[in-house]
Design a protein around this ligand. Structure first.
Ligand SMILES: Nc1nc2c(c(=O)[nH]1)N[C@H]1C(S)=C(S)[C@@H](COP(=O)(O)OP(=O)(O)OC[C@H]3O[C@@H](n4cnc5c(=O)[nH]c(N)nc54)[C@H](O)[C@@H]3O)O[C@H]1N2
Ligand SMILES: Nc1nc2c(c(=O)[nH]1)N[C@H]1C(S)=C(S)[C@@H](COP(=O)(O)OP(=O)(O)OC[C@H]3O[C@@H](n4cnc5c(=O)[nH]c(N)nc54)[C@H](O)[C@@H]3O)O[C@H]1N2
Ligand SMILES: [Mo]
Length: 763
């Protein structure tokens, strides 16, 4: 991997460690990031449009908008996302003529994106190893030619990242399915897939059951495997309000994350003037990495014990009887589980677990929130089901102030799934067939990991990415690069230059598109798109900024023109109408997907200022899973201990990044400045290895196969993290993740428990 443009000697604690999340640090950082971009004024103005009813949806996270929006409804990290997109720096033909692809590949992810916005469609020339301009018509012609000469449509792979709007996603899946494949891997496969699988089986719906209002009523909110201070900063306002009114907030995280400790709301004047922070967590447990299954089982055991001591008073017997199945088997299993196992595998003492169990028993309404700390684990699906078991025991599902809250990542990742971005026939398959009069494919396609395997075996020949940064975001970088390079054609629809553009197939294209913040004007006027947040609210988003280049196309236009080029003039689908007026796409969505009836009418801001709610059957205590009941799930506690000498490594986001997009080299809340190639380790683990804070190490991962996976020259940082655990940044550490190490049931790469050893850096 290329090294960062940074001096390692500058890896220091920041001068003024932020004692609370948010506050002046957040404001100053926002200004710095806005100020660092050319076109500051434009950016400052555009921030006023973020998350306003008639503005654009923040391209950052999927946390919902509160009902009482302020005129500044954004956070520090949302501002970074907007500023990053609105930069005036450009990557056009002249820029790309300067560098061959081999040279670009040596650059860091930070450098690549920092160069600015892509302005022209570009084609790779293998003779010069450079990108050259190509017209849109020729680009679509080339892709169509490659697609139409495939022996089977199943040799085409259509990836999606979660910024894609509902309209673009619907058109994209329609195009792919008409072409004949369900090969729709998406970022969800690396993200909340475990949540979808777990919840679908347990409660019949793969989405969270709570709404933002539930946060106002909960007595207890558990935040497990999630770092909202960085990744969902607006969630801190809800947690702060809850904490102020006395709700208990329990954080469960191997790392002490500052955002979960204290918070100053940057939009509250008095708090800012007095620098008054609110403690967020009332309780903070630091389990070992992947210790959560054992922890939740321990909590269930204590709840069951409490019922034994006070029969009839502790469990919600009516709910259990009326709404659940598998209760008896579950209770038997929980009773048999041993405290030895629970303590050893969770890394917590029984007494620590009891404090949380006591809170749970004292609370009538409990919400459990989680993110990647649970989903990207080998037993992530079972862990989430164990958390659901805990909720079910006391009827904490389908009542106000209670429920399951997987906090989604990308701003429209949930909507893309709703629109049919899934590697199986979508739930609305029959309607799709009827409305568009074709036979959609019935066989399963590839998810992310399967797509990489398929390419490696020569079975995937055209790789098309609607957004994202596939090469950098996926595991096993070396194997993944080799897989992409076997393709006849790789295509990336992107806003910024990134690693994936440097890992080319025999033929390769970059298609530059409009970003969320930009005006999307067609012959029919300014177009709006829609997105769905983490709590199933759908609302419109209208870009306001002038496009970064006159040559950009919108994502919907790209799909429509590609479809026409591929299917020819006789294809009856009105692709041109769709590209001209997205309202016509929404009419089709309304006809195909339940919940979207009268879609266009529901975008009326007077009637639906906050968008409309798609509903959630589990929230209504209607169970549409196989057994037609909410299911208790029995799971053993797995032995996750590693051989002596190995550490568990979790790969995380710093405060200055959005996935593979690196905005800067600081991680303010973890006191890291100007460094990304670092590894957080417990001081005793360092001492045991003869290492001291600041030493350089090479890191190797271990997966019982012949492949050597190593990264070199990482600096160790002594940190408050349990013994045997370590942490560092994604995507720099992705070369260490094995493609074969995936979550049971969801096939999600295990990015949060990589077995590693350290060695003093060579040379
Ligand atoms: N600014 C910003 N916002 C973002 C993103 C971004 O990169 N930047 N990314 C977006 C996306 S796509 C996503 S999916 C979300 C990600 O949001 P998060 O899930 O918060 O992201 P991570 O940085 O992966 O952090 C995982 C957290 O889980 C903890 N953890 C790791 N392993 C375990 C474990 O075994 N048990 C427990 N209990 N905790 C564990 C880590 O210490 C860390 O605090 O954020 C979204 N929002
Ligand atoms: N080791 C490790 N690996 C991980 C994770 C981890 O925690 N650890 N997290 C995983 C998770 S949760 C996720 S979601 C994935 C993320 O995987 P992806 O979604 O594939 O990656 P991103 O970094 O979000 O994509 C960034 C690129 O998107 C493009 N882009 C930005 N805005 C737009 C837009 O509006 N339209 C289009 N077409 N392109 C745009 C830009 O060119 C930018 O370079 O990574 C996964 N990989
Ligand atoms: Mo994600």
């Amino acid at each position: 991997m290329p090294s960062q443009d940074q001096s390692h000697d500058e890896v220091t604690s920041t001068d003024k460690p932020a004692h609370a999340a948010g506050g002046w640090g957040a404001l100053i950082s926002t200004m710095k990031h806005v100020g660092a971009q050319e076109g500051k004024m434009q950016i400052a103005l555009s921030l006023l449009n973020v998350n306003q009813a008639d503005g654009f949806d923040c391209p950052g996270c999927a946390w919902p908008e509160p009902k009482d929006r302020s005129s500044f409804e954004f956070c520090e990290n949302g501002a970074k996302a907007v500023a990053w997109e609105a930069t005036k720096r450009k990557v056009g033909p002249e820029f790309l003529a300067q560098y061959d692809v081999a040279t670009l590949r040596q650059q860091t992810d930070y450098w690549l994106e920092k160069q600015g916005r892509l302005t022209h469609p570009m084609r790779y020339n293998s003779e010069t190893d450079r990108y050259e301009p190509i017209s849109w018509d020729d680009a679509f012609g080339l892709i169509a030619e490659h697609l139409n000469k495939l022996e089977s449509p199943k040799e085409a792979i259509f990836y999606t990242s979660g910024r894609t709007s509902n309209e673009a996603a619907f058109l994209y899946q329609l195009f792919g399915r008409k072409f004949g494949t369900n090969n729709f891997p998406d970022c969800s496969n690396m993200c909340h897939e475990s949540s979808g699988v777990a919840l679908n089986k347990a409660i019949g719906v793969g989405k969270g059951t709570v709404t933002i209002e539930d946060f106002e009523e909960a007595d207890m909110i558990v935040v497990v495997g999630q770092n909202p201070g960085t990744n969902h900063p607006r969630m801190l306002s809800e947690l702060q309000k809850a904490s102020k009114r006395g709700a208990k907030i329990v954080s469960i995280n191997p790392l002490k994350e500052r955002g979960l400790e204290n918070f100053v709301h940057p939009q509250h004047k008095v708090a800012m003037l007095t620098n008054h922070s609110t403690p967020i967590s009332s309780h903070y447990l630091q389990p070992t990495i992947a210790g959560d299954l054992a922890l939740f089982k321990g909590l269930c055991k204590l709840v069951v014990d409490a019922e034994g001591a006070d029969p009839g008073k502790v469990l919600d017997h009516d709910f259990i009887k009326q709404h659940t199945e598998g209760f008896e088997e579950f209770i038997d299993d929980v009773k048999q589980s041993s405290w030895d196992d629970i303590e050893k595998q969770s890394g917590l003492t029984r007494a620590e677990i009891e404090t949380v169990a006591d809170l749970y028993l004292a609370s009538d309404k409990v919400i459990i929130c989680w993110a990647m700390g649970l989903t990207q684990q080998r037993h992530g699906v079972a862990t989430i089901q164990m958390a659901v078991n805990l909720l079910l025991l006391r009827g904490n599902l389908g009542k106000p102030g209670a429920g399951a809250c997987p906090v989604r990542g990308h701003s429209n990742v949930q909507g893309d799934r709703t629109m049919g971005i899934i590697e199986k026939p979508p739930p609305f398959q029959d309607k799709l067939a009827e409305v568009f009069n074709f036979e959609p494919p019935t066989s399963h396609g590839y998810d992310v990991v399967k797509a990489i395997h398929a390419m490696r075996m020569g079975k995937g020949k055209v790789f098309f990415a609607m957004g994202g940064n596939f090469a950098a975001a996926t595991p096993d970088s070396e194997a993944t690069y080799a897989a992409l390079e076997t393709c006849d054609l790789t295509v990336h629809v992107s806003t910024k230059l990134n690693r994936s553009h440097t890992v080319v197939g025999k033929d390769a294209l970059i298609l530059p598109c409009l970003g969320r913040t930009e005006r999307d004007e067609t012959g029919a006027g300014n177009q709006r798109v829609t997105v769905e947040d983490s709590m199933s609210m759908v609302h419109a988003s209208e870009g306001k900024n002038p496009p970064a280049s006159e040559h950009l196309l919108s994502e919907p236009a790209i799909v429509c023109r590609l479809a026409r080029a591929t299917f020819g003039p006789d294809d009856p689908t009105p692709w041109e109408d769709f590209a001209e007026d997205y309202g016509t796409v929404r009419d089709k969505i309304a006809a195909v997907i339940p919940g979207f009836e009268n879609f266009n009418d529901k975008l009326n801001l007077k009637q639906y200022p906050n968008g409309f709610y798609l509903g959630n059957t589990a929230r209504d205590r209607v169970w549409v899973n196989a057994g037609k009941k909410a299911a208790f799930t029995v799971s053993p506690i797995h032995d996750m201990t590693l051989p002596d000498g190995q550490l568990k490594l979790m790969t995380l986001r710093s405060h200055d990044q959005y996935n593979t997009t690196v905005y800067g080299l600081n991680d303010r809340y973890r006191d890291i400045e100007n460094a990304r190639e670092i590894l957080f380790v417990n001081a005793d683990d360092l001492a045991e290895r003869g290492l001291t804070n600041g030493d350089l190490v090479d890191i190797e991962s271990h997966f019982n196969d012949d492949t050597v996976r190593k990264v070199a020259g990482f600096r160790v940082v002594a940190y408050d993290i349990p013994r045997g655990c370590s942490a560092g940044y994604f995507p720099e550490l992705n070369p260490l993740v094995s493609l074969k190490s995936v979550a049971v049931g969801s096939n999600t790469p295990v990015s949060k428990l990589i077995p590693i050893t350290l060695a003093q850096a060579e040379g």
